[in-house]
Design a protein around this ligand. Structure first.
Ligand code: ADP
Ligand code: MG
Length: 449
């Protein structure tokens, strides 16, 4: 239950402290639980902990108390100190090694994020294969490896898996994994403490550098600059670099062009949104893991299919749902049925109801009709483009909460009356044209996952 409560406390903190504070100071911490009203967090450095205590201590305690975890004090531990037990679900997990033992520096690696625990399916097979190749560490084939995709699709998992594998195969090489936020934080700290030489030396001495969520440094000029120099210095020495981001290098807003183009020099692979089959596979594998922690709790095939069908946004949410379900079932000591699931996960299910985005719809529709996305969004009036465009508009109106003007804007800046006309046209045709009705049904099903 700890994870669930922390999740709700985090949400509160996000609102109270603002997105930026939250992303810089709260998210990087590793919540270890509350015991005897002492809440413990893993932090990258002691400075980090002190800063958080001074600035956000009260807010953190408030949020924990609000989430039903009475806490009166905060304690910090350094992240590579793995002696503090984390959530119960982490017991008996494959990798027992600590970051220290494998010669790794930077942020802590999650013991669960290994290749063995990564379920491969169509949407992630390329990224997985590329990660595997890099993990073999036989010479630098692509540099950098750039992994991108939406949140919760496995980028961090794959990066940690590479680090674990490399650490095992070549214990004496220096692998550094850290988030772009942590890179910035270290950089700022080095500036403040006048330790830039140490900073540069540290980063230039690694054999493999992994920077997660690099989109974070976009728009932060001096951090970008320093990142660029670090990057170049390592590439020059033929050291492997692995980067992740939430989108392709060229699409990261406020990222300097020269950095974007350097990032594209290696191999760029994306993780696609999960499919129903992949979600089933992931659920199956997580359930086996959870059943070790919660022996005796059974979860029926129908419930698994229900979850895979209904929670299609991302794997993290899928996992969160499963964790809560198991925790709940073990507390109330009841069999996990669809009804119990609906009850226990009502908020998650509600939130994933409206998950389809305009972009997804546009992509699906243009794929379905085998036309280029740019043609569908562009000015061409040919029936071949206009009909799919109207169908996409119709689906956007039906499946998202976007208004007509908003939809118009996303269809190449069209007027809302054009969208309205398109939507009406399809509503009309749908009743007369069997093929169109069928297409819409198919697209809708595909988009709902
Ligand atoms: P990202 O970094 O892309 O936002 P993460 O790597 O943190 O996503 O993944 C979110 C959660 O989902 C993690 O707990 C991760 O283990 C899990 N996950 C994602 N993809 C898979 C997969 N293919 N197999 C197993 N677990 C996965
Ligand atoms: Mg991540």
């Amino acid at each position: 239950m700890t994870d669930v409560a922390w999740e709700s406390a985090s949400q509160k903190l996000n609102t109270v402290l603002g997105k930026n504070n939250f992303a810089t100071w709260i998210e990087p911490m590793d919540f270890r639980g509350v015991q005897n009203t002492v809440a413990t967090f893993g932090v990258p450095t002691s400075f980090f902990g002190n800063y958080v205590r001074q600035n956000f201590g009260e807010a953190i305690l408030d949020s924990l108390n609000g989430a039903g975890m009475p806490a009166s004090r905060i304690a910090f531990r350094l992240m590579d100190d793995r002696t503090v037990a984390s959530a119960p679900l982490n017991q008996d997990l494959p990798a027992k090694k600590t970051a220290g033992e494998t010669g790794l520096q930077g942020a802590k690696l999650d013991a669960r994020f290994t290749f063995e625990n990564f379920v491969v399916g169509k949407p992630n097979e390329l990224a997985h294969a590329a990660a595997k190749r890099v993990a073999e560490g036989r010479g630098v084939t692509f540099n950098p490896l750039f992994l991108y995709g939406g949140v919760g699709l496995g980028k961090t998992h794959l990066m940690h898996a590479i680090a674990w594998d490399l650490g095992q195969r070549q214990p004496d090489i220096n692998v550094m994994y850290l988030s772009a936020e942590q890179f910035m934080y270290r950089f700022v700290q080095a500036l403040r403490e006048r330790k830039m030489m140490d900073f540069k030396e540290l980063f230039r001495s690694v054999d493999v550098l992994m920077v997660d969520d690099v989109q974070f440094i976009a728009g932060k000029d001096s951090t970008q600059e320093e990142f660029f120099h670090t990057f170049n210095a390592l590439v020059d020495q033929n050291k492997q670099i692995i980067i992740s981001a939430d989108r392709a290098p060229g699409e990261i807003k406020d990222l300097e062009d020269r950095i974007a183009s350097r990032l594209q020099c290696g191999l760029v692979v994306d993780l696609h949104p999960t499919t129903y089959e992949l979600r089933l596979g992931i659920l199956q594998s997580k359930i086996e893991m959870y059943q070790e922690s919660y022996p005796g709790i059974e979860i029926g095939r129908d419930v698994v299919e229900f979850l895979a069908h209904r929670i299609s946004s991302n794997v993290r949410i899928l996992e969160g749902a499963l964790t809560r379900l198991f925790a709940f079932a073990s507390l109330v000591d009841r069999e996990i049925t669809i009804d119990l699931t609906k009850d226990c996960l009502s908020d998650i299910l509600r939130a994933s109801d409206r998950k389809v985005t305009v972009e997804e719809i546009q992509r699906k529709v243009s794929d379905h009709y085998n036309i280029r996305l740019s043609d569908m969004l562009g000015p061409k009036r040919l029936r071949n483009f206009a009909r799919p465009r109207q169908i996409a508009m119709y689906l956007c109106k039906q499946m998202t909460t976007r208004s007509l003007p908003e939809i118009g804007r996303r269809f190449g800046g069209r007027d809302h009356t054009t969208v309205m006309h398109g939507v009406r046209r399809i509503e009309d045709l749908k009743d007369k044209d069997h093929q169109i009705a069928e297409d819409i049904q198919m697209l809708r099903r595909a988009l709902e996952g």
